[in-house]
Write a protein that binds this ligand. Structure first.
Ligand code: ARG
Ligand code: GLU
Length: 709
């Protein structure tokens, strides 16, 4: 009997292990906070100790009130009762750069406001708090009747949305709202935000910490980047949003995160709360194939040209390095991600796996309302492909050449009677003509070689004939355009004005304006209409296909694709094996920074102070149990672009890290999630505390945080 019971126990515990290991790994998904009660049992089973109401509650303060959309593209979180905001270095990069000059190079040396008076205001920086989100599917479709055309349905939804938005924003300062389609329009949610615009820069480490490893380490594990910066939200005396004023006071948030300095270990529960931008988890095999095998390879090649030109001049001149640092980082970022994504999709065999799935779906769909949906999608994709290709190519080549785009923008502003002066100043501040001219040559060559004639305007074909080489065309344009520098632009404008001419009209003759205008007009009039109408039909079919997938696969928990709305992702701290015979452990430390440190290489040349601190082991209270300073960790949370700066939260709702990246082998998670290798990369919050304390010596900031020791 005893024997039997023991056996029984063994079997049971084996079953539990099996059950746990299966569910433990099911970490795919970005869930809507308002519906988190549907996931909370699973979250709690994995270690979370709070409730659904702690995550999202409209009546009382909840964690959502400490999470913000930063600059409409990143996430940030509140970490003090005085509006102190933590986000990534790369999210605050533009602001840090704008305050920098060769004399005060905050990118290079870092910036630390030692008092509130020293905190730096930023033009056009926004922080949005989510006030609430509601399912408004029925309201958005009010008045829609079976049999209406899609155009009619669209206008019903538009009109209803307008009204819903007006209602949602009529009371209270700084409110804005948007109605978003989820699951391709099977569901509608309204998101109401409160926007603050007086947001000041408080601190940033030197780029040699905040961007340590640069684009070499970007999207990679092991990682040692101290990717954080600090801002502060200011409000009027009544704690309401207000434009910048020196009379504004620090915002008092409803909720802020306590910071846990207790450390993390493999297996710990983690929860990322933020704004992922865009995923495409439910698309067909054809769409994945186009993405991974056609579009990505071409876009990668085009960006390689631009990066080559940038790097060549940036390495020679510090002023050019500052000018092009942000541009370079953003070109390089997607360039590298697409390469990982392609590789991951191939490794997962996603095209084949989806084809297999589609076969079964078709079988199942026979005789249902979903019969034929996939066939129609397939036909539409075949029709779309040349248009997608031309569109992608145009956007990654001729459209991104700086001079023509700028010239046309100025001309347009004058045409409309707007003052272009700030556009002009901003442009020349960060413009280096030799880089742009080289880009012109290589991008025009690629456009010429890869785009079929039907997608080239006559103007382009004639110019290629006239100049015979892209180089000759570039020589002419970059010698004769009035836009090549501020002086000649000013002189050109003055000349026309004195003669009593119309400046905007005269500018039409400028070769740079003409280049942009001719290409844009052709694409806007001859390519986009077809491209957008096909895409519209496709999206429409996806509404059915999405619903069909949900009915076909009833066991599966579906989550809506990311669309820059607030989401919950949860998982655990875990290492991974990127390839045979390699296993990566999940935490990195300052030891790794020292191993990579190299004064000869720009991206690995750490500040001397950090070397000194390392030598003296002056880590204060921030060392871990091994006596070293933790830097980054990886976990199984499903994140995407936009999740940068998201709080990483422990089982008790305290802040343990700051999300900033994904591992390269897992970048296909926007299309397909592989629990074995998809890992998000976070900065350990203890590294933030250590840097503020020992490097910045900015103790006032530590004092205003609530640190759990
Ligand atoms: N890969 C991260 C993200 O997608 C970080 C990008 C910024 N860093 C860089 N080295 N470019 O935003
Ligand atoms: N670095 C990305 C961002 O800026 C996050 C990384 C990712 O794409 O997951 O949002």
């Amino acid at each position: 009997m005893k024997h039997n019971i023991n056996n029984m126990k063994r079997i049971l515990s084996f079953l539990t292990v099996l059950f746990i290991s299966v569910t433990m790994w099911a970490d795919e998904g970005m869930w809507l906070p308002a519906l988190i009660s549907q996931r909370i049992v699973d979250m709690q089973a994995k270690g979370f100790r709070l409730t659904a109401e702690d995550i999202y509650n409209v009546n009382e303060a909840s964690l959502k009130d400490a999470v913000v959309l930063f600059n409409r593209g990143c996430t940030g979180e509140l970490i003090s009762d005085k509006g102190l905001l933590l986000t990534n270095h790369h999210c605050g990069y533009g602001q840090i750069q704008r305050h920098s000059s060769v004399e005060h190079d905050y990118l290079k040396d870092g910036f630390w406001a030692m008092t509130m008076e020293e905190e730096l205001p930023n033009d056009k920086l926004t922080v949005d708090f989510l006030v609430r989100m509601d399912d408004v599917t029925a309201k958005a479709l009010r008045g829609y009747k079976e049999g209406m055309s899609e155009a009619q349905r669209d206008s019903v939804v538009k009109a209803n949305s307008k009204q819903l938005i007006a209602e949602a924003t009529k009371e209270g300062k700084g409110l804005r709202a948007q109605v978003e389609a989820l699951y391709y329009g099977n569901q509608y949610f309204i998101f109401v935000f409160r926007t603050f615009t007086d947001v000041r820069l408080v601190g940033a480490p030197p780029s040699s910490i905040g961007k340590f490893g640069g684009d070499t380490d970007n999207w990679m594990w092991p990682r040692h980047t101290g990717d954080f910066s600090l801002f502060r939200i200011y409000a009027d005396k009544d704690n309401n949003p207000a434009p910048y004023s020196k009379d504004n006071v620090p915002y008092r948030p409803k909720k802020y995160f306590k910071v846990s300095a207790k450390g993390v270990k493999e297996g710990d529960f983690t929860f990322v709360y933020g704004f992922p931008g865009s995923t495409r988890e439910y698309i067909t095999s054809d769409a994945v194939h186009y993405n991974a095998e056609i579009s990505n390879p071409h876009k990668i090649k085009l960006r390689t040209h631009r990066l080559d030109a940038q790097r060549k001049y940036m390495s020679k001149d510090q002023a050019v390095r500052i000018q092009y640092s942000a541009k370079n980082a953003s070109v390089s970022n997607a360039w590298k991600k697409w390469q990982g994504e392609m590789k991951g999709i191939r490794k997962m065999n996603t095209v084949e796996v989806k084809r297999e799935y589609e076969k079964r779906f078709r079988e199942w769909a026979k005789g249902t309302e979903y019969e034929g949906v996939l066939e129609r999608l397939e036909a539409l994709y075949a029709e779309l492909e040349p248009y997608s290709f031309a569109n992608d190519y145009y956007r990654e080549s001729v459209l991104v050449i700086e001079l023509p785009a700028f010239a046309r923008r100025v001309q347009r502003a004058l045409e409309k009677g707007d003052d272009p002066q700030s556009t002009i100043d901003n442009f020349y501040k960060d413009y280096y003509l030799p880089i742009d001219k080289e880009c012109f040559v290589s991008l025009v060559k690629e456009f010429e070689a890869n785009i079929p004639d039907e997608f080239k305007p006559e103007y382009f074909k004639n110019s290629m004939k006239q100049y015979s080489t892209a180089e000759a065309w570039a020589d002419d344009m970059y010698a004769n355009s009035a836009f090549v520098d501020a002086k000649s632009l000013e002189a050109g404008i003055a000349l026309v004005s004195i003669a009593g001419g119309n400046v905007a009209e005269a500018m039409n003759e400028d070769p740079a304006v003409r280049f942009y205008a001719e290409l844009a007009d052709f694409y806007n009039n001859k390519v986009f209409p077809k491209y957008t109408s096909l895409n519209k039909e496709i999206t429409l079919l996806y509404r059915d296909y999405m619903r069909g997938q949900m009915e076909f696969d009833k066991e599966k928990a579906f989550y809506p694709d990311a669309n820059l709305t607030l989401r919950v992702a949860y998982g655990k701290i875990a290492g991974y094996s990127p390839s045979d015979a390699i296993y990566f452990t999940p935490s990195s430390s300052i030891e790794g920074i020292m191993q990579k440190d190299n004064p000869e290489i720009f991206d690995y040349n750490i500040p001397q102070e950090l070397r000194d601190i390392y030598a003296s082991k002056d880590y204060g209270e921030w060392a871990n149990d091994k006596g070293t300073i933790p830097v980054c960790f990886i976990a199984t949370n499903h994140t995407s672009g936009g999740n940068s700066g998201s709080p990483v939260i422990d089982a008790d709702g305290n802040l343990i890290g700051l999300n900033f990246d994904r591992v390269w082998e897992g970048t296909m998670s926007d299309v397909v999630f592989d629990p074995d290798v998809c890992r998000n990369i976070s900065l350990d919050v203890r590294f933030v505390l250590f840097t503020i304390d020992k490097l910045a010596k900015n103790h006032r900031l530590l004092e205003e945080m609530e640190i759990i020791r």
